[in-house]
Design a protein around this ligand. Sequence first.
Ligand code: 5GP
Ligand code: ZN
Length: 113
Amino acid sequence: MTMDNCIFCKISQKKIPSTIVYEDEEMLAFKDINPIDKVHFLIIPREHIVNLMECNLDHQDILSKMLLLAPKLAKEFGLKGFRTMINSGKEGGQEVFHIHFHVYGGSEKLAKL
Ligand code: 5GP
Ligand code: ZN
């Protein structure tokens, strides 16, 4: 379920501090430590899933819940629009190997990682 050496599992278990903006039994959203926009948060499942390349239909419930949390929180942050980014695999720009949806926006010109 969780991985001892995973930074996002530790954030989920509150072994590492973060600014949590949403949490329930299945998922968590917290501010990115190195934001690329005025608002930038990450949505993760509590379950340790590496990335989208490891997902199958068993994950559709949690993935859709994570996706639908993005606009809910974006609206709470006052955003009128936002960008969602999911980096999958080293070649896809992924640096933390616990699946996460980036959600960011708020500036006039959207940043790209
Ligand atoms: P990736 O390139 O894997 O899609 O992005 C990982 C993201 O996690 C980066 O935007 C980075 O700033 C963020 N991040 C890495 N370590 C931590 C941490 O300890 N706390 C928080 N809040 N964000 C982190
Ligand atoms: Zn993990």
